[in-house]
Design a protein around this ligand. Structure first.
Ligand code: GLP
Length: 249
């Protein structure tokens, strides 16, 4: 396991961003999966800054989102489609043909999941996948209890996120919200993974992910088994880890 611990939040964001930029430069046809949320927003900002400073070619890079909120309009600012569009796709000038997302609304999510994973496979599979860590150990919208061999699918969202989205979008209680996500099996097929977590709210779950048993109770624990996964933390998120081989930067 390669674990990198950044001494400050700024170094944390720039280190993760540098990995994404290095992937784009070393293979200009890379297929890169990104996650949304509080952790990755500033990482994406740093990627765009690096692109402004040293304009590398991204015309053949494919960007896709790991997961999506369901039951909302995709133009809602909290939809993953809209977040990645404004944080990465538009600032870098990635063409819409090279931006793949699961839909927020569909009558047949199973078919949409197949279409999405088929298109990723058609482009050669995932070269780099950036993952955030849910406070309850979720990966994408694979909530605790998800079988570790599962493919792309819909899942529930946690109560806090559900309440926040309802508030922000005025969604009434009788409209169901949820998530649609690459499955754990799809995640494990990525050639390279970088898991990023920062802040004190992630300390306990980082420890469970790395030192606990590999179990559906903590979907992120499956990353212990991936042959090419790097973990990048800030020092707060890494505070409880008892592993010797930490690279401190
Ligand atoms: C969210 C998203 C994930 C994200 C994770 C961490 O619910 N579905 O894709 O990686 O949870 O989010 P945050 O960085 O805001 O803690």
């Amino acid at each position: 396991m390669k674990i990198t611990v950044a001494n400050t939040t700024g170094i944390f964001h720039r280190t993760a961003a540098a990995r994404i930029v290095a992937q784009m430069c070393s293979n200009p046809r890379s297929v890169i999966g990104l996650s949304t949320g509080r952790t990755t927003g500033k990482i994406h900002e740093a990627v765009c800054r690096m692109h402004d400073e040293a304009a590398f070619d991204v015309s053949d890079i494919t960007i896709f989102g790991l997961d999506e909120v369901t039951g909302v309009d995709r133009e809602y600012f909290g939809a993953c489609y809209k977040m990645l569009l404004t944080e990465v796709v538009e600032p870098l000038g990635i063409s819409r043909d090279n931006y793949l997302m699961l839909p927020t609304q569909s009558d047949d999510f199973a078919a949409e999941c197949r279409k999405f994973t088929d298109e990723i496979a058609r482009r050669g599979g995932i070269d780099l996948l950036i993952l955030g860590l849910g406070e309850n150990g979720h990966l994408g919208f694979n909530q605790p209890g998800t079988p570790l061999g599962s493919g792309a699918k819909t899942d529930r969202m946690d109560e806090r996120l559900d309440a926040r989205i309802r508030r922000e979008t005025n969604t009434p209680d009788d409209v169901a919200l949820g998530g649609v996500t690459l499955g754990i099996r799809d995640i494990m097929h990525a050639r390279r993974i970088i898991m990023v977590a920062n802040g004190k709210n992630k300390t306990a779950m980082v420890k469970a992910m790395l030192e606990g048993p590999v179990s559906p109770d903590c979907p992120a624990s499956v990353l212990q088994l991936h042959p090419n996964c790097e973990f990048i933390f800030d020092k707060d998120a890494a505070a409880a880890i008892n592993i010797d081989q930490l690279q401190k930067i």
